[in-house]
Design a protein around this ligand. Structure first.
Ligand SMILES: Cc1cc2nc3c(=O)[nH]c(=O)nc-3n(C[C@H](O)[C@H](O)[C@H](O)COP(=O)(O)O)c2cc1C
Length: 189
């Protein structure tokens, strides 16, 4: 089983991206265990604390370090990623030399009521993650236009076509992460 940390880029309770992230867990994923690290208590990044990280950050970094892969489910804010998400990413890279994202398999998805469905945010995210040595796969990727009836109160996709699309996303991510983990073991072996 691969442990996958699912990070949600929105703090709001009724977040569409939170619903999307929760709906992922309702799909079939025989080789993945999804978990949702607590992120709503992470303070704003301050370099003064690089060598004395706040406990919440230590906890967050440990959860990412222990994960076999990461899924980021994020909204788009002003054609980029939310500052909240960038803050998490920045903490994860510090102190210098202890970057928790390095060599971490990663994919992103997101939903927005707008027609580009978070495409620009994901493109920005990609350039950040490459710069900090995360292994963000080219595929799969999902840009989902949010509609009120996309996901029901039980966190299920209401349309069979969406469910299939999301299942395929998860299957591809599982395969890519397994292949990558295997190649890392071969490196070491
Ligand atoms: C500060 C801010 C900036 C936004 N910028 C964009 C944008 O660039 N593109 C977009 O599609 N939606 C944008 N939106 C609308 C969001 O997609 C919408 O608020 C969405 O519900 C946020 O995701 P959430 O429901 O997961 O919190 C923006 C919303 C906010 C609050």
């Amino acid at each position: 089983m691969l442990k996958i940390a699912v990070i949600i880029g929105s703090l709001r309770k009724e977040s569409f991206n939170r619903k999307l992230a929760m709906a992922l867990d309702k799909l079939s994923h025989p080789t993945l265990t999804l978990f949702y690290p607590k992120v709503d208590d992470i303070p704003l990044y301050n370099q003064e604390f690089d060598n004395n990280l706040p406990n919440e950050v230590v906890r967050f970094k440990k959860e990412i370090a222990d994960a076999d892969g990461v899924l980021i489910v994020t909204p788009e804010y002003n054609r980029s990623i939310p500052g909240f998400l960038k803050n998490l990413i920045d903490w994860g890279t510090r102190p210098y030399g202890q970057n928790v994202w390095a060599r971490k398999p990663l994919a992103a998805l997101g939903t927005s009521p707008g027609v580009i469905g978070t495409a620009v945010a994901q493109s920005h995210l990609r350039s950040i993650m490459v710069a900090i040595d995360a292994v963000m796969f080219g595929l799969p990727e999902i840009y989902l236009v949010y509609k009120d009836d996309l996901i029901n109160d039980q966190f299920e996709f209401t349309q069979e076509s969406t469910r299939k699309l999301m299942q395929s996303f998860l299957d591809q991510f599982a395969k890519r992460t397994e292949d990558y983990s295997y190649s890392l073991q071969s490196d070491i072996g």
